[in-house]
Structures are given as structure tokens and as C-alpha cells.
Design a protein around this ligand. Structure first.
Ligand code: FPP
Length: 228
């Protein structure tokens, strides 16, 4: 099995998982947190350097207010409850996205957890929050417009202006719940990423599902536009 350096996941299907069981949507998100924990532990065990997770898109702000606040308070709770698990597993925690839209208390709790885990040596977990691919490219373009001459705007300069600066592009992107689209996720960074789609709903996606996705990735023939 070839283990990627960077695995990214569009975690989808929490709402449907809850609906199938006659539960509230937020209960699907709560069960989804258990999958986040399981998948992170497996990444540590396998030596995956980066695990990025699409937790909340810029478009998700348009969901009913009740669900947005339920998700935000679930995240705030995770900042407190997951501290020990992150430390025990040596996981570095970071949040990337349009942080200016987050409540100041949540943003502060995130910064605190980022600082507390910054020297952890194992997997770096990147929570993509209030993130969208087009927004990322736009904020990078604005930054470069302020600091660069046109000829200085190289591919590398763009890489370094994105919120994922310094993180290698994901070799594998997994999307759960049967949807087969990119949904304004990492548009620039997935130019040569292998996509694995699974019908499994996110709350049911656990360690064995991750291994199955990595096995599928291992069977792919990556040519990067060249002839082998
Ligand atoms: C997609 O399911 C999932 C989300 C929009 C949120 C993902 C959040 C979590 C798993 C919980 C917190 C995360 C972390 C990183 C601790 P959906 O609601 O779109 O499901 P549906 O398509 O079935 O309605």
C-alpha cells in the first residue's frame, strides 16, 4: 500500500445519516466527530503527514441559522474535548479558511489549540473552516497584487500565498456519501490529486474505510500528464 503524504477529505452525509435514523442533523455531525477521531488516529498510525478535512465551506454560512450555530458550538466543544486526544497522538492542529468570519471567542480558542499543539511531531490536521477554493485563490491574488510586480506572480508565489502555503498538495482526495463533485474545495491544490468517491456516509467512515480508499489510490497510475 502506498501511503500518501497528504490525504484530504470532503466529509459528506452527516445529515442523511441522521435522517435515516430519525435523528436531528446535529446528531449526524456529532457522530461525524467520532469518524474524524478514528481517521486521524489511523493517519498517525500510517505516518500520513497531513490530513485536511473540509469541515465548513463559505457557502455553508447560508444554511439555516440554527444549524450554523449548532455546528459552530460543536466545533468549539471539540477545541476543549479533543485536547488530550491530540496530545496523546502527537497531532498538530491547524484551522485554515476565512477566519475573519468566525466568532472572536471561537477564533481565540482555535489559536490557543494551534499554539498548544504546534510542536507535535506526527500528523498535522488541517481543518478547513469557512473555506472555499475560489475564496482562497482570491485572497492569494489580493495579497500578491499588493506585494508583487506581475512577473513575480509565479506558480510558486501563488502556492505560497494560498492558506495551504508550505503544505504539499494532497495526493488523495476522498469524498463520502456518493456525491461526485469538488464543491468549491481546494481548486488550485487538487490539479493532480487522485479522487476516491465512496457511498459510505461520513459517520460510517471509519479506519477500515480509510484503508480501503488508500488501497484504491495505491492501484492508480499517476502520470502527471507525462508518458511513463
Ligand atoms: C456534511 O454533511 C458535513 C458537514 C457540513 C460538517 C462536517 C462537520 C463535522 C464532521 C463535525 C465537526 C468537525 C470536526 C473537524 C471536529 P451534510 O450536513 O452536508 O450531510 P447531508 O449532505 O447528508 O445533508
Amino acid at each position: 500500500m502506498i501511503v500518501p503524504q497528504h490525504i484530504s477529505i470532503i466529509m459528506d452525509g452527516n445529515g442523511r445519516w441522521a435522517k435515516q435514523r430519525g435523528l436531528e442533523r446535529v446528531q449526524g455531525h456529532m457522530e461525524g466527530v467520532k469518524s474524524v477521531r478514528a481517521v486521524t488516529e489511523k493517519c498517525v498510525e500510517l505516518g500520513v503527514k497531513y490530513l485536511s478535512l473540509y469541515a465548513f465551506s463559505e457557502e455553508n454560512w447560508n444554511r439555516p441559522g440554527e444549524e450554523v450555530s449548532a455546528l459552530m458550538s460543536l466545533l468549539a466543544k471539540c477545541m476543549i474535548n479533543e485536547y488530550n486526544t491530540l496530545m496523546d497522538n502527537g497531532v498538530r492542529f491547524r484551522v485554515l479558511g476565512n477566519r475573519s468570519r468566525l466568532a472572536p471567542e471561537l477564533d481565540e480558542a482555535i489559536t490557543k489549540l494551534e499554539k498548544a499543539t504546534e510542536n507535535n511531531p506526527n500528523t498535522t490536521m488541517l481543518i478547513m473552516l469557512s473555506y472555499s477554493g475560489k475564496w482562497d485563490i482570491m485572497q492569494a491574488a489580493r495579497k500578491l497584487a499588493e506585494t508583487c510586480k506581475p512577473e513575480e506572480i509565479t506558480m510558486e508565489a501563488i502556492d505560497n500565498a494560498l492558506v495551504t502555503a508550505g503544505v504539499p498538495d494532497p495526493e488523495l482526495l476522498i469524498r463520502t456519501s456518493g456525491e461526485q463533485r469538488i464543491s468549491n474545495y481546494m481548486l488550485w491544490q487538487t490539479a493532480y490529486t487522485e479522487f476516491v468517491f465512496t457511498d459510505t456516509l461520513w459517520p460510517d467512515f471509519r479506519k477500515d474505510s480509510l484503508v480501503a480508499a488508500i488501497e484504491e489510490y495505491s492501484r492508480r497510475d499517476r502520470r502527471f500528464g507525462k508518458v511513463k
